[in-house]
Design a protein around this ligand. Structure first.
Ligand code: SF4
Length: 382
């Protein structure tokens, strides 16, 4: 059900569980990459200051309206958070600490683009308490980066990682994209080996999906780019699996690989359907009450968000069955799996028969095949 009326967040209506996880969206980018369908904008740097002020107002309202913390994770995502002056990130963290209790060992992540990362910023982020960086490398192969319209290169990525280590970061995640048009298996292997030389604690390896509305989609529909065959994409994934397992990483989620103990705590909160407060333009929040849940989202365009009074555009209630279906769908993205909620016995039996899930004690887990074909799990339960 879509809500209407002045207060779609309606935190006072639901007796929500406390929020232990905070997402902060920073939508600014230097350039819009060809594959990007995120809520990100180039050419709006002039709005950074009023945007950060609006974020501070929203966080203040959230602290009055909802029950928080202690916060176990804070995640600055985008967009390109590293584009903002480093002092702005420090100021936001100060504001967060003044409004909410933050756990002593909280995971505080910032998404960084290699092109907008430098030693001074890294030092300021560290001093401010950021302890995990998610670096948007995407690849080391100039041709794949060009197809993606990504204006960074392998040398910048290596430099950013080296500088992050020098600044004392001991928890780095690198994003990589595979199955890019024209990309060869050999080029993907080379990208993986280049990434491994940097010894990251975590890797997110995404199969390229070309979403409507993106530049790549327009090129694809005009015949300027070849589609990537499903069998070819499968070979890329197989190679990713063998290389990363061989290097000591564990695949703990559909697209996520880590050294033991370096799984993303923030992302795990989404997969476990824990309450997450999302601040900033287009950010989604998720709250639970008993068997039901509510999701709401903010105005997506920075200008709308800055000038709004309530920040929230709209929201929806999830009835108990829909909330449970999402819980299963998201829970089965990770090897942790979940205790299956009632009402989905037939769907889960079918998935088990298809070899996509397995039962262990009283939990269900995705098999390796289930991780590969997670979309089939989603289709079966939603
Ligand atoms: S840097 Fe990231 S968020 Fe920004 S345009 Fe590129 S893919 Fe999108």
């Amino acid at each position: 059900m879509t809500l209407s009326g002045p207060d779609p967040a309606a935190g006072d209506v639901l007796n929500n569980e406390r929020f232990h996880h905070l997402y902060v969206h920073l939508p600014f980018c230097r350039h819009k990459c060809g594959y990007c369908d995120f809520n990100a904008y180039a050419g709006l740097d002039g709005l950074m200051q009023p945007y950060v002020e609006a974020l501070e107002r929203e966080l203040g309202c959230a602290a009055e309206r909802h029950s928080f913390g202690p916060l176990a994770t804070v995640y600055f995502g985008g967009g390109t958070p590293s584009l903002l002056p480093a002092a702005a990130i420090g100021g936001l963290l100060d504001r967060i600490r003044s409004l909410f209790e933050v756990e002593a060992g909280a995971e505080i992540t910032l998404e960084a683009n290699p092109a907008s990362t430098d030693p001074a910023k890294l030092e300021t982020w560290r001093q401010a308490g950021v302890n995990r960086l998610s670096i948007g490398v995407q690849g080391f192969d100039p041709r794949a980066l060009a197809v993606l319209e990504r204006r960074t290169d392998g040398a910048q990525a290596r430099r950013a990682v080296g500088q992050a280590r020098e600044a004392g970061f001991t928890n780095l995640s690198l994003d990589l994209i595979y199955a890019v048009p024209f990309q060869t298996l050999a080029a993907w292997e080379h990208t993986l080996s280049q990434a491994l030389e940097l010894n990251p604690e975590h890797l997110s390896c995404y199969c390229l999906t070309i979403e409507p509305g993106t530049l790549l989609h327009r090129r694809l529909t005009r015949g300027q780019l070849p589609p990537v065959d499903v069998d070819v994409a499968w070979q890329f994934l197989e190679r990713c699996r063998s290389v990363l397992i061989g290097a000591g990483y564990r695949r703990y989620e559909v697209s996520s690989w880590s050294r033991p103990g370096f799984e993303s705590r923030h992302n795990r909160s989404y997969w476990q359907c824990r309450p997450v407060y999302g601040a900033g333009c287009g950010a989604h929040s998720y709250a639970r009450s008993g068997e039901s849940a509510r999701r709401w989202w903010n105005w997506s365009r920075p200008q709308e968000y800055i000038s709004s009074t309530s920040f929230v555009e709209d929201g929806e209630d999830l009835d108990p069955r829909k909330a449970r279906a999402e819980q299963i769908m998201l829970g089965l993205r990770t090897v942790d799996g979940l205790e299956p909620p009632h009402g989905f016995e037939t769907e889960l039996a079918d998935l088990e028969e298809a070899g996509l899930i397995a039962r262990l004690a009283n939990r269900v887990h995705p098999t390796e095949r289930g991780l590969d074909l997670h979309n089939q799990i989603a289709l079966a339960v939603l």
